[in-house]
Ligand binder design. Structure first.
Ligand SMILES: Cc1ncc(COP(=O)(O)O)c(C=O)c1O
Length: 387
């Protein structure tokens, strides 16, 4: 799409750094064999890159054991494994209204089947969960708290460290969905008392789609929920208990892992802080302009502090979907409209009745010019309604 202004980076970052495309291509051509299955040189070399990537990501999240950094299809896949692997009949779970459906739906299925009970915490008018609410809602049978680190609708970063401390003090497992923050906001599992973490590869980690994963801390009693080939101890009838096999079955997406490998190198070179600051500068410029525009409402966007570069808004008199279509057709801008897979955020904001919001999400390759065009588009559309 020539001239496309891509502002849908919360859906997936695009483009990826050139090093990611190049390394994936080169790796698959040179090492495209099944890792961990045989002892020939090429197979060992492939396994080395997989292990090196586990190690890089373990360090990145400040875990301790690379075998506990396991790969999956994406965050949804890992969250399913975490939720189904941790929860048992009679358990209570605390989650929040900022969650994505990849948390809400696995919980809802278990709740609907009468297996677990779930408490949903609301966010305050700025978009943050109060850690004291977590504390207040802990019951005798609360097994786990599952929360989103950065919202894909309103962009707020939750006080994960405070919640983690409360969970640890109360003997409750703490699981965090870092889909929107991994690669742009520092995540320290040890300091934040995170027991289980789910990430996706294709957003700020700069990998391709189809790769994600989790890290499960030592002594967390997660059950494996899928079984199959591992390439080792083939005569044993059960799926292997040890990590990484407990969380992985079948042939890995090795090209995806290679993308994450190169993504880690790119993030280290650019500096996560620099990436975030650059994005937030653009975000703030957009936020200010939209907030000065008559008829535009932004949601939970007071300032860049405690935020990722995601901004949701509506224009009075326009359906969010129609705004998205006009931005696309008239200005060649790609953004996202609707409920963004997070229905409870919209229910709480009341935007479900407006068919959601328009969401602009900024990535590392956006420029001032992109943001200026988006601002002009919103101003024009807002003015058109009043003509
Ligand atoms: C907060 C959040 N959690 C989970 C997901 C699911 O990620 P994936 O589609 O890669 O599984 C997303 C994706 O948009 C997200 O924004």
């Amino acid at each position: 799409m020539e001239g496309l202004i891509y502002l849908d980076n919360a859906a997936t970052t695009y483009p990826k750094p050139q090093i990611v495309y190049d390394f994936m291509h080169e790796f698959y051509q040179k090492h495209g064999v099944n890792p961990g299955r045989s002892g020939y040189d090429m197979c060992m070399a492939t396994e080395e890159v997989i292990h090196a990537t586990r190690t890089m990501l373990t360090r990145f999240f400040n875990g301790t054991d690379p075998d506990r950094l396991t790969f999956s299809y994406n965050a949804s896949d890992s969250l399913n494994m975490i939720i189904q692997g941790m929860l048992e009949e009679g358990d209570h779970v605390i989650t929040t209204n900022v969650e994505h459906n990849s948390v809400l739906r696995p919980l809802y299925h278990l709740k609907h089947d009468g297996i677990i009970d779930v408490t949903y915490l609301p966010f305050d008018d700025k978009g943050y969960i109060d850690p004291d609410d977590v504390k207040r809602e802990i019951r005798q049978n609360t097994k786990m708290v599952v929360v989103n680190h950065g919202s894909n609708v309103i962009g707020t970063i939750q006080p994960i460290g405070d919640m983690g401390k409360i969970c640890r003090d109360n003997g409750v497992y703490f699981a965090v969905d870092v889909s929107q923050t991994a690669g742009t906001i520092p995540i320290d599992m040890a300091e934040m008392n995170i027991d289980l973490l789910a990430f996706t590869g294709h957003k700020c980690l700069m990998g391709p789609t189809g790769i994600g994963g989790s890290y499960v801390r030592q002594d967390v009693p997660i059950k494996g929920t899928r079984f199959g080939g591992t390439g080792v101890r083939s005569a044993y009838p059960f799926h292997l208990e040890e990590f990484p096999y407990r969380m992985e079955c079948g042939t890995l997406n090795i090209v995806g892992v290679a993308g994450l490998h190169a993504g880690q190198k790119w993030i280290a070179k650019e500096g996560m802080k620099n990436i975030h600051q650059r994005e937030m500068k653009l975000w703030d410029r957009l936020r200010r302009a939209l907030q000065e525009t008559d008829g535009v409402t932004t949601y939970c966007a007071d300032g860049p502090e405690g935020h990722i570069a995601v901004l949701s808004f509506n224009i009075e008199g326009w359906d969010a979907g129609n705004v998205g279509t006009m931005m696309d057709v008239d200005y060649n801008i790609a953004c996202r409209t609707g409920l963004q897979c997070a229905p409870l955020v919209h229910e709480q904001l009341g935007t479900d009745e407006l068919h959601g919001t328009v969401r602009i999400s900024i990535g590392p390759f956006n420029t001032d010019e992109h943001i200026d065009t988006a601002i002009q588009a919103v101003k024009d559309i807002a003015a058109r309604r009043r003509e």
